[in-house]
Design a protein around this ligand. Structure first.
Ligand code: C5P
Length: 224
């Protein structure tokens, strides 16, 4: 069967990665979480006290960053490494989420990440989720999905995830963070979050995981 590129874009905490991961597993494709790259870059900037308003500092920092995804046999998931350190867990912290959209709006940061993302799609057979994957990274992708979900559903979902790691977190913090990221992500100058003209919309507010996957698989079946 023909191998294709599948892009999944949408608002924060819509369940993109869950669908993307399952789809990749089902099709035996590679799954790439592009947001993890922006989060890992943010982690590096914070740890190294990079002044990201200074473009020379940004360029210098990026030249010292090596990102790669490695498949973990145990968890059966691909995990991101920042300069050989597994940072898959730490990048999910709210401290990172508070700054990531600001850093992901920097042109040089996007160019750095997009170039690597495009290289990963060379052989096709890939599912990538993010904000600009169907519009900028792979504008010719065979299948583009745009995911949405009710705000309340999204806040609740992300709150549960973060609360499991840190019981001090409040629902307001999570809600404010999602609203802030969506605002910055959809209003930035460089490749803002947009639904591609040829994207199919998947609203998962009232769908079970299985229903979402089946819908996506139906869409895939007419493309391969
Ligand atoms: O997908 P996730 O929520 O982990 O992404 C974290 C942040 O990274 C987003 O809020 C957005 O600012 C940025 N991002 C992006 N472009 C992508 C993926 C993520 O700007 N393709």
């Amino acid at each position: 069967r023909k191998k294709i590129i599948i892009t999944i874009d949408g608002w924060s905490s819509c369940g993109k990665s869950t669908v993307a991961r399952q789809l990749a597993k089902e099709l035996n494709y590679v799954y790439i979480d592009s947001g993890a790259m922006y989060r890992a870059i943010t982690l590096y900037f914070l740890r190294n006290h990079i002044d990201w308003t200074d473009i020379r500092e940004v360029r210098e920092a990026l030249s010292n960053i090596q990102l790669d995804f490695r498949f973990n046999e145990q968890s059966q998931q691909s995990e991101i490494f920042l300069n050989d350190e597994n940072v898959e867990y730490v990048i999910r912290d709210l401290v990172i989420a508070e700054k990531v959209s600001e850093i992901a709006a920097i042109r040089e940061v996007r160019e750095y990440a997009v170039k690597q993302q495009q290289a990963m799609g060379k052989k096709k057979g890939i599912v990538m989720d993010g904000r600009d994957i169907g519009t900028v990274v792979f504008p010719d992708a065979e299948l583009k999905i745009f995911m949405t979900a009710d705000n309340a559903v999204r806040v609740e979902r992300r709150f549960k995830e973060l609360y499991a790691k840190n019981p001090n977190i409040t629902i307001e913090e999570v809600k404010n963070n999602l609203e802030m990221r969506d605002y910055i992500d959809s209003n930035r100058e460089v490749s803002p979050l947009r639904q591609a003209a040829d994207a199919l919309v998947l609203d998962n507010s009232n769908l079970t995981m299985e229903e979402q996957l089946n819908k996506a698989l139906d869409w895939v079946s007419v493309k391969i």
